[in-house]
Design a protein. Structure first.
Length: 206
């Protein structure tokens, strides 16, 4: 799902960067003091875990690659703003140090995995929890987060004429493959949330 350099045209890169930077400023204002020890420790520990999970990649046709995302988990455990900042740490290090995702595509990758995935997981969990129970809500939140992130990636690549694939290829491929992996991500998310809730119930933002 990490879009490399050259997959997006300059207009899409600029638009996604503008949206990402705007959300970054908003998120920083909402979270307050990031140097507060409880906040800093939660964000860094979760970012480290998500970073390790994302290092497993499977190439797929018509898009970029398939891997665990962790955005839904970040949203459920940290909320929409701290969760976004945790994903920002992960993606920034991956881009600048490991070249996993292009610098020109960082805005798009942050929108997909840091905004769409985090917000989808967070809101799905909050909405479903009183209706379906905690485990099912976290499972659906994890599944929905990676599925919608894959859809957003397919839209961005398909709209950009640079790569040569169009929406009729990129959207189905990216969405269907990530929806399939989303079952695994959903179960993993639910299990992790249940374990964290048992040990540290005050951590779960939802």
């Amino acid at each position: 799902m990490h879009i490399p350099d050259g997959f997006l045209d300059p207009y899409m890169s600029a638009a996604t960067y503008a949206a990402f930077l705007g959300y970054l400023v908003y998120a920083l204002r909402r979270v307050g003091n990031l140097l507060d020890p409880p906040k800093a420790s939660l964000v860094t520990v979760l970012a480290a875990g998500i970073f390790a999970a994302q290092m497993l990649n499977w190439p797929i046709p018509g898009g970029t690659s398939l891997h665990f995302v962790g955005g839904g988990l970040a949203g459920i455990l940290l909320g929409p703003y701290l969760g976004f900042l945790a994903m920002f740490m992960v993606l920034l290090v991956q881009t600048l140090v490991f070249h996993d995702g292009g610098i020109t595509a960082l805005g798009a990758n942050m929108l997909n995995m840091g905004v769409v995935a985090v917000l989808a997981g967070y809101h799905a969990y909050r909405y479903l929890k009183p209706r379906t129970g905690e485990f099912a809500a976290a499972l659906v939140g994890g599944w929905l987060s990676i599925t919608l992130a894959g859809l957003a990636t397919g839209l961005e690549i398909g709209v950009s004429p640079t790569l040569g694939y169009h929406l009729d290829v990129t959207v189905p491929v990216m969405t269907v493959w990530h929806a399939a992996l989303g079952i695994v991500e959903g179960v993993a998310t639910a299990l992790i949330v249940a374990r964290v809730k048992a040990l540290l119930p005050e951590v779960v933002a939802g």
